[in-house]
Design a protein around this ligand. Structure first.
Ligand SMILES: Cc1ncc(C[n+]2csc(CCOP(=O)(O)OP(=O)(O)O)c2C)c(N)n1
Ligand code: SF4
Length: 333
């Protein structure tokens, strides 16, 4: 009988080189802790990243991995998954890597529904290049590259993913270890492109960007944990909820002004309109975490391999040499 895997099986011998206190450590620790539960041996797992602090992730996993080019991890991961569907392929990217230089690649990998698990570490800043504003930084962000404040309107990773009709879209927080573990499991269970945004603290260049949802003292008042089939309730005393006022969501305090639990919106992971509504929540609305949207659709890799098999069954195995020499050929001297 095979021995059960444990966390150590996924820890590499590389020295971890992130700044002390970086949120990336917590994410790494949780991935290494959760991975053994999937029952997949490390040599069947591949982590593929682009460029950024977050993209150093593959070095620290005792799995196969590629540290590839800026923003292009989705393209490389697609090629690998299509040719080796037996592998468990993960993509690790940052908000700059995934939404700026790699924005095009990210939206298409989600639209195609390639069976990849995509972890986007969102620290709302470029960490590796020393703190320039990123596509998720808020308007007015003062950085070395925007001394008078950024005038860019930011991207929202969740609604970007939903806009591609991605089949699994979720959000977790670096320091919420148990919840992050649950989200990693859900992302892994899903067949198709799973998109998990992880709010990550860059304590050097953007410290406290997510304090409202991660600070122990106040988070309960600002965090809305999404659970399928359950009403949208939050607050330290679980006394607040989300109710529709016509087409607009509003926060109500249960037990006041006639508001009761039965008036609240019930979360439904298969409802794209609801997912968009929740994805657009910004303070003073609570920040949703959990699975916004999860539906099933054929995957690109499976469809492509099926098409190849059918073509081969009809026409026999192909020959690249014959294909190259088909039609007019000429020699260049
Ligand atoms: C083609 C190219 N353009 C720009 C850069 C510079 N660069 C390296 S990482 C990075 C952004 C990283 O930010 P993010 O993805 O948010 O990752 P973090 O470092 O915050 O984890 C940039 C612009 C590069 N390496 N290559
Ligand atoms: S610069 Fe920020 S994101 Fe990069 S390792 Fe340091 S704390 Fe982490």
């Amino acid at each position: 009988m095979a021995t059960a895997l444990n966390r150590k099986d996924f820890v590499s011998d590389q020295e971890v080189r992130w700044c002390p206190g970086c949120g990336d450590y917590a994410i790494l620790a949780q991935v290494q802790k959760t991975m053994p539960e999937f029952g997949i041996e490390p040599h069947k797992v591949v982590f593929i990243s682009g460029i950024g602090c977050s993209s150093r992730f593959p070095y620290y996993m005792n799995t196969y991995g590629f540290h590839t080019i800026h923003g292009r991890a989705p393209a490389i991961a697609t090629g690998l998954k299509v040719t080796r569907p037996d592998l468990d392929v993960w993509v690790v990217t940052g908000d700059g890597d995934g939404l700026s230089i790699g924005g095009n690649h990210l939206i298409h990998v989600l639209r195609r529904n390639v069976d990849l698990k995509i972890l986007l570490f969102n620290n709302k800043i470029y960490g590796l290049t020393k703190g320039q504003y990123s596509p998720t930084s808020e308007v007015g962000k003062v950085t070395k590259s925007t001394p008078a404040g950024s005038v860019d309107f930011p991207f929202n990773p969740i609604t970007v993913a939903l806009g591609t009709h991605a089949t699994f879209v979720a959000r977790a927080i670096d320091v919420e270890q148990k919840h992050l573990g649950e989200m990693l499991k859900r992302a892994h269970q899903h067949r198709g492109a799973s998109f998990l945004e992880i709010l990550q603290n860059c304590n050097i260049f953007n410290d406290g960007a997510f304090n409202d949802v991660s600070d122990k003292g106040i988070k309960a008042e600002h965090q809305l944990v999404l659970e399928h089939g359950k009403p949208l309730i939050f607050g330290k005393n679980r006394d607040k909820g989300i109710r529709m006022n016509g087409m607009r969501p509003e926060v109500v305090v249960l037990g006041t002004n006639g508001a009761s639990e039965k008036d609240l919106v019930v979360h439904d992971e298969s409802n794209l309109s609801l997912a968009f509504m929740l994805g657009n929540f910004e303070p003073p609305m609570p920040t949703p975490v959990g699975v916004f949207y999860a539906v099933s659709r054929p995957t690109y890799d499976a469809a492509m391999n099926q098409q190849l098999e059918e073509s081969q069954a009809k026409q026999g195995a192909g020959s690249l040499a014959k294909l190259m020499l088909k039609g007019d050929t000429w020699s260049v001297s």
